[in-house]
Design a protein around this ligand. Sequence first.
Ligand SMILES: Cc1ncc(COP(=O)(O)O)c(C=O)c1O
Length: 433
Amino acid sequence: MINNDSLAILGGKPTFDKPLERYNSFGEEELNAANEVLRSGKLSYFLASWNEIPNIGGFYGGPKVQLFERLIEKHFNVKHAVTVNSWTSGLIAAVGAIGIEPGDEVIVTPWTMCASATAILHWNAIPVFVDIEDETFNINPDKIEEKISEYTKAIMVVDIFGQSADMEKINRIAKKYNLKVISDTAQAPNAMYKNHFAGTIADIGGFSLNFHKHIHTGEGGILVTNDDNLARRLQLIRNHGETIVDDMGVDDISNMIGYNFRLGEIEAAIGIEQLKKIDKLVERRVEVANKIREGLSSLKGLRMPILKPNCTHSYYAFPLIYDKNLTGVDRKVIYDALKAEGIPTDIDYPNLHMLPMYQRKIAYGKKGFPWSSDIYKGNVDYSKGICPVAEMLVAEKIMIISICDYEFSDKTIDMYINGFKKIWSNLDKLKSL
Ligand SMILES: Cc1ncc(COP(=O)(O)O)c(C=O)c1O
């Protein structure tokens, strides 16, 4: 039933009188798993050493970390999983592991969380932004080749919102130019690209386990690869590789600047329980998205997310395209009206190349390193206008529902949809705002 009460933005009663409940996928299983580790007192077994010390630990971490990794390998059908303490750490490890040199260029999309690009800068390499497709919002493969230069070494693909990028085309380009591919699949666990899990058809891929993802451990990340050498390099970067390469007999010590990117036993124990639920948790997000699609698809001026053939979507988010020409109401007014109803959406998606860091080329220190240094011979351009589709969508059209942030019971979904409908049945009143 459509709620025709007066709009909250015009002084009426809001659809929701309190904030939506935060998504919570934890139950007794996670509590018990975390408690078991706490009671043992053994919260980590990692040592920055190649030698295992019985009962103390070693290079590969503790039993929960190692079990979690083996279960991830089985679930995602990959040869190696390497857990890390955040997906930001995972991305840094991935860029280092593929052998990026200072001054190399790595292609990435402006529509991602900032860490995808800063992981590149982290190794004193240069992010080069390529525009997105307006259907999936992932990198547009047809725009990649024009940005490849003699300095390009890799492509960082991002499966934004929950649907895989066009990996066949991207891998074909990578092969042609001898580039490595990293897949930032933070938002798309369990999404399928043909017969493969998104994230598993790149040299290195992986997932975030931060608190607003489908499955989570508070903070954490998962790297996956089918390459033995890359797996070893990821493990070394995760765990102070510089102190270990000698004992391990590793020849290529490039980028073996080790870190502590190690996941704790409590997080791994929680991760094991979350992984058991991943199919159900993602299925529920898909169900939520489908109900929202059904409820909103008749509203004029709103385009529902487009699903690519042979792909599934895990709906971390539900991206809508808004067309003011069909409603006569500014997107910002709709956004404010929804917000007044207690319906959170997001229209300020950041175009990464527009961040001050790229506009001013200030990252390390004040002198423009690495762009201005001798190690970089290219001439990357971050001007407004380099990614016209991404920029136009942020300026005028995108409206995102964060499916993974909220609990979304069936009742909440119905109210959410009714809140939209209430606004759409009162568009005339909003035209003058
Ligand atoms: C696409 C993408 N990349 C990277 C990250 C960083 O992950 P984390 O928060 O686990 O460091 C996120 C987190 O939201 C993300 O969505």
